[in-house]
Design a protein around this ligand. Structure first.
Ligand code: PLP
Length: 379
């Protein structure tokens, strides 16, 4: 089977972890500092701090920006549940805005109608690694005095006019979960260009201590630190970032070129000047009478891995429909999520299918996948 997930870990990463274990200094230390420096260079964000995972990064970003009880945060329903869950974790209320039917990302034109006096923030998600329309979102945020937390979990290497995503809002949040472009097993990072905010984030991630450490706690915080074993893997992944990402961009480019003449499917639209991270290639079926399940099963029968993502949108999840069971429902009144409808997101959820994008994909594999799709739609 040509896999949809193939972990790109080499001897170098294994050696790096071994050295950390042998050093007996396993907690966040010099490897984390070195990774942070490399990640700041890579994203061209002034400040980076390592975080235990992407979910914690989003939660911490909200807390650091003082988004809390009863505040409303505008976000997309077409994402991994972690994005909107962190809004709930902060005590705030996720307000779902529909996505654009072609980019799969939050549609800035639909934000205004969902804004209220309680709206405090926007959390755009660069879904599958496709940059959101950040310039329009930043204009909205400026006009309405909102903060932006960019969910860049899937967007390592995604650019807008040459600037890495994560630099258009107040905070960028990354995940290095073991299937992403750059991986640490679990892992995350926060980037920002605001020094004061950076110091606050570093403190909250370490139980509200000052940078001197010790047992005085100035802010209510969490333990969201990364281990130095993870940081050591991330250091090697950063050294290999160009190799890894250029292969992914090559794969994405090949698909976009070779699938362009197939009328029955449509690849995710990338806005002008934007560079996709090429994390996930998930075209939409536009031919009537063929279901998502059929195309996925057909690809698998031809030894091509394929999946569908987020077939249940955030607001459709059982836990959102039964939010009265969530402990904060005792003090916060949530919208009735069973009444939310985002038609474009619902249709993308039903009509997309994944194609392998892994770095081990050969030209032969790509040509075989393209041929298989042509045979399927043109027979
Ligand atoms: C869009 C998105 N946001 C947030 C997260 C959460 O990151 P993590 O799994 O590192 O907690 C993920 C997934 O892994 C994700 O895909």
């Amino acid at each position: 089977m040509i896999p949809v997930v193939d972990i790109d870990i080499k001897e170098l990463e294994i050696e790096a972890v071994k050295k950390v274990v042998e050093s007996r200094f396993l907690i966040e230390g010099k490897h984390a500092r070195s990774f942070e420096e490399k990640f700041s260079k890579f994203t061209r964000s002034k400040f980076t701090t390592t975080i235990v995972n992407g979910t914690a990064a989003l939660h911490l970003a909200l807390v650091a920006l003082d988004i809390g009880p009863k505040d409303e945060v505008i976000t997309t329903p077409y994402t991994f549940i972690a994005s909107s869950n962190t809004i709930l974790h902060a005590g705030a209320i996720p307000i779902f805005v529909d996505v654009d039917s072609e980019t799969y990302n939050i549609d800035p034109e639909k934000i205004e109608e969902k804004m209220t006096k309680k709206t405090k923030a926007i959390m755009p998600v660069h879904i599958f690694g496709n940059p959101c329309d950040m310039k329009t979102l930043a204009d909205i945020a400026e006009d309405r005095d909102l903060v932006i937390i960019e969910d860049c979990a899937q967007a390592h290497g995604a650019l807008i006019d040459g600037t890495h995503v994560g630099n258009f809002g107040d905070i960028g949040c990354y995940s290095f979960y073991g299937t992403k472009n750059l991986i640490g097993g679990e892992g995350g990072a926060i980037t920002t260009n605001n020094e004061e905010l950076f110091e606050k984030i570093k403190s909250i991630k370490n139980h509200g201590r000052s940078s001197a450490g010790g047992y005085a706690h100035y802010l209510i915080g969490y333990n969201y630190r990364m281990t130095d074993m993870t940081a050591a893997i991330m250091n090697v992944q950063m050294d290999r970032a160009e190799e890894i990402l250029s292969k992914r961009h090559y794969n994405g480019g090949m698909y976009r070129k070779l699938l362009g003449n197939l009328e029955d499917i449509k690849v995710q639209k990338i806005l002008p000047g934007h560079t996709h991270s090429d994390y996930i290639m998930a075209p939409l079926l536009v031919k009537e009478g063929i279901s998502q399940e059929q195309i996925i099963e057909h690809l698998k029968s031809k030894n091509i891995g394929s999946r569908a993502f987020y077939t249940m949108l955030c607001y459709q999840q059982p836990c959102y429909k039964e939010l009265s069971k969530w402990h904060l429902s005792r003090v916060i009144e949530y919208p009735d999520y069973s009444e939310v409808k985002c038609s474009n997101a619902e249709s993308i959820a039903k009509l997309h299918f994944e194609l392998p994008m892994v770095t081990s994909l050969s030209d032969e594999n790509i040509n075989y996948i393209i041929e298989t799709l042509h045979d399927f739609f043109e027979k």
